[in-house]
Design a protein around this ligand. Structure first.
Ligand SMILES: Cc1cc2nc3c(=O)[nH]c(=O)nc-3n(C[C@H](O)[C@H](O)[C@H](O)COP(=O)(O)O)c2cc1C
Length: 132
């Protein structure tokens, strides 16, 4: 197994004025930073300025804010998403970074991720029981 530190992005999902989200996000980021097996980034979606309107067709260049955020997400091995619940769901701010190219691209990406994790977890389970 790799000894390289796992790079974790703590994402602050709430973007409303007066939000509480940064308090728990900063707390878990500080706890994670105490560990010698993690490198921690905090990504505040209130500062990412992701657009509400996104290109409808695949192949259209992503808006600049999405392009700016993408390397941070790409560089992460794992995510801690600190989200409020608004009206029994997560806020739209959290949907934007994960769905920049529309529903079909999102579904393809989700299924790619599902099979990637499924294979990885199947192999890991064969090596030993999950410690949680
Ligand atoms: C508009 C609005 C809708 C909310 N809807 C729910 C809800 O459906 N269920 C729930 O348990 N809490 C709900 N809450 C409470 C929030 O999840 C909680 O206050 C959270 O800490 C807000 O995070 P924030 O301050 O970072 O935005 C709602 C709060 C707001 C402002």
């Amino acid at each position: 197994m790799s000894e390289r530190k796992l790079r974790v992005a703590v994402i602050i999902g709430s973007v409303r004025s007066g939000r509480f989200g940064p308090a728990p996000a900063d707390w878990i980021a500080a706890e994670a930073a105490k560990r010698d097996d993690l490198d921690v980034d905090v990504i505040d979606l209130a500062r990412a300025w992701l657009p509400d309107v996104l290109p409808a067709t695949a192949g259209t260049p992503a808006p600049q804010a999405v392009q700016d955020l993408a390397p941070w997400l790409d560089a992460s091995d794992a995510f801690v998403i600190v989200t409020p619940e608004y009206n029994h769901s997560f806020p739209a701010s959290l949907g934007r970074p994960s769905d920049p190219e529309g529903p079909l691209a999102a579904a393809t990406s989700m299924l790619d991720q599902l099979t990637w994790w499924g294979r990885l977890l199947r192999d890991a389970r064969a090596e030993g029981a999950y410690p949680g």
